[in-house]
Design a protein. Structure first.
Length: 388
């Protein structure tokens, strides 16, 4: 019998991607254990079973695990998901921001809780079905020494995995499925203990493999919305979560002139055009900002959305960090489906990261993630706090 390459805890959501991930790793000689994370009660959010965490999803994952002959476990993290993902999502919306709960779920659940569970089970790695790549890169360790702030977390989070190797996070080869954006928070320790076998595959190829292996979920469709808001009705979810309706208020222009009424300021985001219901306007209006204290949504023509760049806090460096006074030519994305924007990256005196666009673009929404790239490699990412 061939020696195992290592033991892997595979996050199996019941979808085709994670199922093929388990198959590929087993085929490559890894000892696999399937793990489905129970994150919330689907009935409570009127889920029709088309996202994750439904009983059907658990059964689909279990069926694939049985077919592969690997153990399968269900871990209940619903309390942690409530505290660390769902409640902050609501609070951020109520503060006027546009959060990205998928990033927080990956950060708090898959690459934190699940990695901890993997260590408890004696696993060497965790694996997910994300379309991204993790690669080793030769690295001069002296170039990261300047970020050592004396804290216990520095070596775990930023130091190279060995004396001469650092891990890089790269885009998936299928540009239509690349998910490196939502993994930009990953630390060196997490990258060193994570396997992403789908990074070099197209979605069509993954489905073909699933069909060949007779997986029950080979043609299962992908979820398109936030998993706990499966119908895309954010306002409805927020009101159900809070148990009350949000107060309607004024839609105003940049000079304060009242143009209409909104249904609750939490439901609007920077750049939004649909759903404003402003009649008689000479040109389309877009959301420019929100005044949560006054319960107002500020709108204007597209030209008033123009922005020179944005600032992000809580930045995680995947590549070696910049020093004060340094700049880096990068491409940035201010939301998942945005085309990359050429920009210059630098660090402000307070430690925040500033991206100056080479040409004006639409203003980014506070709360979203800013992710920077050099070529296919992720430089790092943080939470947008302002556009300028």
């Amino acid at each position: 019998m061939a020696k195992s390459k290592g033991r892997v805890l595979v996050a199996m959501s019941g979808g085709v991607d994670s199922s093929v991930t388990a198959y590929l790793l087993q085929s490559q000689g890894y000892e696999c254990i399937g793990a489905t994370m129970k994150l919330y009660n689907n009935d409570a959010i009127n889920n029709d079973g088309h996202t994750c965490c439904s009983l059907d999803d658990v059964e689909d994952a279990r069926d694939v695990a049985f077919r592969l002959g690997i153990p399968h476990y269900v871990f209940d993290y619903s309390a942690e998901f409530e505290d660390e993902v769902m409640r902050p999502f609501v609070e951020e919306y109520e503060a006027g921001h546009t959060p990205n709960p998928c990033i927080e779920c990956n950060r708090r659940m898959k690459f934190s809780r699940l990695l901890q569970r993997a260590e408890e089970l004696g696993c060497d790695f965790i694996a997910t079905g994300h379309y991204a790549r993790i690669e080793r890169a030769a690295q001069d360790v002296s170039s990261v020494a300047s970020v050592d702030d004396g804290s216990d977390s520095w070596a775990r989070d930023y130091a190279p995995a060995s004396d001469d190797v650092r891990f890089e996070l790269r885009r998936g080869l299928d540009a239509t499925k690349d998910q490196s954006y939502v993994l930009s928070f990953m630390t060196q320790n997490q990258l060193a203990h994570t396997l992403l076998p789908l990074g070099g595959f197209t979605k069509a190829h993954v489905r073909e493999i699933a069909e060949q292996q007779g997986f029950i979920n080979a043609q299962k469709h992908d979820s398109q919305d936030i998993c706990f808001v499966p119908d895309g009705d954010y306002l409805g979810f927020l009101e159900r979560y809070r148990g009350s309706s949000y107060e309607p208020g004024e839609i105003v222009d940049a000079q304060g002139k009242v143009l209409g009424q909104h249904k609750g300021a939490v439901a609007y985001t920077i750049g939004q055009r649909k759903g404003l219901c402003i009649g008689g306007a000479p040109e389309p209006y877009f959301v420019l900002g929100k005044n949560m204290a006054a319960n107002q949504v500020v709108v204007g023509p597209r030209a008033e959305l123009s922005s020179q760049g944005c600032v992000a806090m809580n930045w995680n460096w995947v590549m070696p960090p910049l020093s004060a006074g340094e700049t880096m030519n990068v491409q940035v994305k201010a939301h998942y489906r945005q085309s990359p924007i050429p920009a210059e990256l630098s660090i402000d005196a307070d430690g925040s990261v500033r991206a100056v666009y080479l040409e004006p673009r639409q203003a980014a929404a506070p709360g979203q993630a800013l992710v920077a790239y050099v070529g296919d490699s992720v430089v790092g990412g943080g939470t947008i706090v302002e556009a300028f």
